[in-house]
Design a protein around this ligand. Structure first.
Ligand code: AMP
Length: 282
């Protein structure tokens, strides 16, 4: 695996591979890689001849009181995990490489970003989509893989690709979980042992929503009530939102239908965790 830090060098490397007929796969990450990232990399590997992964903790997507400075960094572990998952090129740009000057133009995310994460974290998705657009333009992959764990983000990346006519295919991979159901996240390492134990209530609450849906309940208030009770009973957990949305528009539903998605964001202690579950009949 080659490590590249410069935009020019990365472009040249990928351009050469493309001239040689390689299909380019790309997985952008913020590092602190775990098995969820590895699944994305393996999927991209299976769809490409040259696999590029990036690690860039994008300051533009963090609010002033968020965890940019503390965000976990694990360069040695990341290199091993990326290589094990089949990465050919690990792109590790410095901030000055991606933002040689303060951006004058950024992506305006539009209505898909007005609710949920976008409301709790103003400016977050403008930062995400701006860096994703830049990285897609730098790497120019044929295929890029994102995780369903960040459901709203994946919906916005799909909209970015469609609305800006970007010549890349998007694959969204299912969420990889711990044995007790907790979605893997780089931020899980912030959790104390006691918080980690409480955090499993989040996937448990989503499972209960899906189970009731399978048993025929369609009223969203009734579907969410037990989940709210489970999460509300635990003082260490503060729910930012728990909702059922249309998977395309992300508008909240009153009556759930197959393919809708239950979205949850909750703080466990000071750690914010996201999760979701698709309402499927089987
Ligand atoms: P991050 O490094 O947190 O910005 O995430 C990079 C990519 O990995 C994003 O597309 C995430 O949605 C995806 N991802 C994060 N956690 C998981 C997980 N548990 N399962 C699958 N994909 C994930």
């Amino acid at each position: 695996m080659e490590r590249i830090t410069g935009v020019r060098e990365l472009r040249d490397h990928v351009a050469q591979a493309r001239r040689d007929g390689a299909r380019i796969g790309f997985v952008p990450t913020m590092g602190a890689l775990h098995e969820g990232h590895a699944q994305l990399l393996r999927r991209a590997r299976s769809e490409s001849d040259l696999l590029v992964a990036s690690i860039f903790v994008n300051p533009l997507q963090f609010g002033p009181n968020e965890d940019l400075a503390q965000y976990p960094r694990d360069p040695d572990g990341d290199a091993g995990r990326a290589a094990d998952a089949g990465t050919d090129v690990l792109f590790l740009p410095a901030e000055s490489e991606i933002y040689p000057r303060a951006p004058r133009v950024t992506v305006h995310p539009g209505p898909l970003a007005e609710r949920w994460e976008g409301r709790v974290r103003p400016g977050h998705f403008a930062g995400v989509l701006t860096v994703v657009l830049k990285l897609l333009n730098i790497v120019r992959p044929d295929v890029t893989v994102f995780g369903r764990k960040d459901f709203q983000q994946a919906a916005l990346v799909r909209a970015l690709i469609q609305d800006f006519d970007l010549p890349v295919r998007l694959i969204v991979e299912p969420t990889v979980r711990e044995p007790d159901g907790l979605a893997l996240s780089s931020r899980n390492r912030y959790l104390s042992p006691a918080e980690r134990a409480e955090a499993q209530r989040i996937p448990g609450a989503l499972d209960a929503v899906v189970e009731q849906f399978r048993q025929g309940e369609r009223d969203v208030g009734s579907l969410l009530a037990p989940a709210r009770a489970v999460l509300g009973a635990e003082p260490a957990i503060a729910v930012d939102y728990l909702t059922i949305v249309d998977a395309e528009t992300l508008e909240p539903r009153e009556c759930a239908a197959p393919g809708d998605v239950a979205l949850v964001a909750a703080r466990v202690g000071s750690t914010r965790l996201l999760d979701n579950a698709v309402l499927e009949l089987s």
